[in-house]
Design a protein around this ligand. Sequence first.
Ligand SMILES: NC(=O)c1ccc[n+]([C@@H]2O[C@H](COP(=O)([O-])OP(=O)(O)OC[C@H]3O[C@@H](n4cnc5c(N)ncnc54)[C@H](O)[C@@H]3O)[C@@H](O)[C@H]2O)c1
Length: 371
Amino acid sequence: MGKQDTGIGLVGAGFMGRCHANAFRSVAGLFDLPLQPRLAILADASDDLAEKSAAALGFARGTSDWRALVSDPEVEIVAITAPNALHAPIALAAIAVGKTVYCEKPLSTTAESALAMTLAAEAAGVTTLVGFNFLRNPMIRLAREIIAGGEIGEITGFRGRHAENYMASPDAPHSFRTDPAGGGALADIGSHIVSMARYLVGPIAEVQADCRTIFPTRPVAPGSAERAPVEVDDMTHALVRFETGAAGSIEANWAATARHMDLSWEISGTKGALAFSQERMNELLLWSDRPGRSGYTRIDSGPAHPPYGAFCPAPGHHLGFNDLKVIEVAELLAAHAGGDNPGPDFREAYEVQRVIEAMQRSDRARGWVTL
Ligand SMILES: NC(=O)c1ccc[n+]([C@@H]2O[C@H](COP(=O)([O-])OP(=O)(O)OC[C@H]3O[C@@H](n4cnc5c(N)ncnc54)[C@H](O)[C@@H]3O)[C@@H](O)[C@H]2O)c1
């Protein structure tokens, strides 16, 4: 008997939409899944865009009407890869008709609307997953296992940052990412390092943040001579205290000249330490104290670190960014079929959003904020 096929509706066919489509297309050939995804409908901002992207990405049809996609009986899972301000209305409409919702980060533009999405999903009992794909890295899972197993002792410090350079030029234009409603470096990429901090060290209890706008104006559109004010942060530096008592810092920075994908951290424990950077995502550094031999040991990714082996039987051949999305989609489909949901679900993404808003409040108040 063939596997049950499950209709996918994808809203938004930009950077992330293509990444999701790739994952839905390839996942069944890599993972043993209880069901087979079928690329049913793709929605984008116009019919023309939607039809072109549907054909290019392997969807049966395209539409400019995401509401029609959400309510179409062929769609069982709604994947949201549209700009942030659309996440809440699309997700709420999908939840209202009982669909599984797979939403990109940040979950919404405010913690208040992220909470409304979370409560609606929980009341309806639908499966939700949020695209914090960097947590799917087998090296990150190994780090969590090492911490949970007590190998580096009690965690005392977390120093993390997500630094990229895509807004490092004053001429990088406005986009949904600079929308005062929910934009900024902290919401855009800070959400990733906050989710990572929570995943590895646990809930954050207190923050004190400095949010800075480096460039007061940016072009209104790519190549435009007209400039408009910037109302969001280009970089945020925050001190954090975790519920466990561990302390540290978090930086979100999209104007970090020289950095392409520095989602990185170092975690200190009473017996050892761990360090990681997404720029070398197939390596985890483990520090141990041995007389005359103290230092970091580099652990190379391989089939010993599931689910690396789903992609390649040989160590050191490396997973890439898109593979993390394939892992995420495999977990989404298993959860949709009734298996465990490893998350992060909407509730966890709401908690991430609360941390971000606490940092923004702290910046305005110039002091510590308790969550
Ligand atoms: N998880 C990650 O690593 C990661 C990386 C990049 C972006 N993202 C998230 O993905 C989302 C999209 O970001 P992106 O970089 O792909 O942006 P993008 O601008 O490349 O793509 C957005 C797409 O949405 C479409 N769109 C706009 N309005 C629409 C509407 N009304 N109906 C349907 N489609 C519409 C646009 O035409 C475009 O195709 C954001 O929430 C972003 O934060 C996540």
